[in-house]
Design a protein around this ligand. Structure first.
Ligand SMILES: [Zn+2]
Length: 83
């Protein structure tokens, strides 16, 4: 788990990846997004970076993990949204 990893090294931003994903989902609530689209939109190096975070988020009551049509790619995927 690299939940404390920051994006400083490749983007010059001080926000951590979990913070950025949280903000991304909160701003777009209640739309749902797959890990791949989250990774692409936040310029993460790979979908696994997003998946690591979203699988931690899904254990909280703030997020809902479900199969649905991703708001970006339109595919039915395991996705996540802000509760
Ligand atoms: Zn998608």
């Amino acid at each position: 788990m690299r939940l404390v990893a920051t994006s400083v090294d490749f983007e010059g931003l001080a926000m951590t990846i979990p913070e950025r994903i949280n903000r991304f989902l909160t701003e777009r609530k209640p739309s749902i997004f797959c890990d791949g689209c989250i990774a692409k939109n936040l310029d993460l190096s790979k979908p696994q970076e997003a998946q690591r975070v979203t699988s931690a988020f899904e254990t909280t009551s703030d997020f809902v993990r479900e199969y649905g049509v991703c708001s970006l790619c339109g595919e039915v995927r395991l996705a996540i949204r802000r509760a």
